[in-house]
Design a protein. Structure first.
Length: 132
């Protein structure tokens, strides 16, 4: 394998996609809504694309986080309205699932961010890297 670290990152993206889908599926108690599938497909870095650097991946993760934040905001707004207890429980579970997905995204962003503690380095081509 010419670039084992790239192969590992690509595998991680695939695992993260499945993990996000699983987290959201559990929160909704069914297949994730179409907006979730679209947001993940369009914003999660694609496994197999060796041209995605850490800055592009960070940008895509941030876009995905914005999608989740917008949906969470709508759900929180719904909690302010009168609704049946079962529906309220469902909305609260969906919010909890989105919060869990946001934690996963933020953890991924943390792994891509240059370290402020000085353990990161820059290659001769200007690519910033660090050890997790």
């Amino acid at each position: 394998v010419p670039f084992p670290e790239t192969q590992e990152a690509q595998a991680d993206y695939g695992i993260m996609r499945e993990s996000l889908l699983n987290t959201i599926s559990q929160a909704y108690g069914r297949q994730p809504p179409s907006w979730v599938l679209q947001a993940i497909d369009s914003n999660l870095p694609k496994a197999g694309n060796v041209l995605i650097g850490s800055q592009k991946a960070q940008s895509q993760f941030r876009a995905l986080a914005r999608e989740f934040e917008a949906q969470k905001s709508q759900l929180v707004g719904r909690l302010g309205r009168k609704m049946q207890p079962k529906m309220r429980t469902d909305v609260e579970a969906q919010i909890a699932g989105i919060d869990a997905a946001l934690e996963q995204i933020n953890a991924a962003l943390g792994g891509l961010s240059p370290s402020s503690e000085g353990s990161g380095n820059t290659t001769s081509n200007g690519v910033t890297w660090r050890l997790k």
